[in-house]
Design a protein around this ligand. Structure first.
Ligand SMILES: [Zn+2]
Length: 284
């Protein structure tokens, strides 16, 4: 019973019938998928928290997107496509943490379907020689440069992947600035997208204001969070974009419903529990 997926049960049996049929023309809902590792390594936690997706499941996700005519774009193309003619089925695929298995397992599958992706690098773990992060090997700069020539896009995921809320203002600025500069130095491309490490502190308004100021100062135009849901383009702040977590537990129906918005309900309990946690912490 410990692996019972209440989130899947409610999505498949309840919230799918309340999918928001968009009527407003002032904004559009766009799924930004969040993957981490593409590997067969099994995880012991509850499936909701899993970050691994097997190559077979990942391929089934990409096949679904291909067969259903999704138009995969990079995160940095989002702002350009705001007012341009765009297909209704645009989607962004993101990967956090810069793991080697993006290069060895995810990219060959993406290439097979002609898809691009946006990969966020914690730059302390991307070196000229192989290093590891969270017991998982990371890509090298040579591999990053090679993927760039193949149309993969890269953004910052800080330098050392810290809890940014634990750092001083200078510390936060260093993580956001030095990571951008390192990727730009190593690749020669401009970096203007950022992925927040760990759960996004929605309840911490002071931090959010400081964080946003630094992102703007450092030239970032888009940033993603772990807040669950489709991004509302034209409505949401592009520096606080929601994402849809994807992992090995996403069978075809669950994956399809997530893309269609039937998983967006989770942002309400997610935010509720963060506020409860925040107010308890503020009162002790
Ligand atoms: Zn991360």
């Amino acid at each position: 019973m410990i692996n019972f997926r209440l989130d899947r049960f409610l999505t498949v049996n309840c919230f799918r019938y309340f999918i928001n049929k968009q009527t407003s023309t002032s904004y559009r809902q766009l799924p930004i998928l969040m993957y981490h590792s593409i590997s067969d390594v099994k995880e012991n936690s509850h499936p909701y928290y899993h970050v691994n997706t097997s190559p077979a499941v990942f391929e089934s996700h990409m096949r679904y997107l291909s067969e259903n005519n999704y138009d995969v774009i990079n995160l940095r193309d989002l702002s350009d496509s705001l007012n341009a003619n765009h297909s209704a089925k645009q989607i962004v695929i993101t990967f956090d943490d810069g793991f080697l298995d993006f290069y060895t397992s995810a990219y060959p599958i993406l290439r097979k379907f002609g898809f691009t992706a946006t990969v966020f690098l914690p730059t302390a773990f991307i070196q000229n020689n192989r290093t590891s992060f969270k017991d998982n090997q990371c890509m090298t700069w040579d591999e990053v440069r090679q993927l760039l020539t193949e149309g993969i896009s890269f953004g910052s995921h800080t330098v050392s992947h810290p809890q940014l809320t634990d750092l001083s203002e200078d510390g936060i600025e260093h993580e956001i600035k030095a990571s951008r500069e390192r990727i730009e130095d190593e690749t020669g491309i401009k970096v203007d997208s950022f992925s927040y490490p760990f759960a996004f502190p929605q309840e911490n308004r002071d931090f959010i204001a400081r964080y946003k100021g630094i992102l703007i100062e450092q030239g970032y135009r888009t940033a993603v969070t772990t807040i669950i849901g489709r991004a509302a383009i034209g409505l949401d702040d592009p520096l606080f974009l929601k994402r849809i977590p994807a992992n090995n537990g996403d069978d075809p129906l669950f994956f399809q419903l997530k893309l269609q918005g039937a998983y967006d309900w989770l942002q309400t309990p997610q935010s509720f529990f963060k506020h409860i946690k925040g107010s308890i912490q503020n009162h002790v």
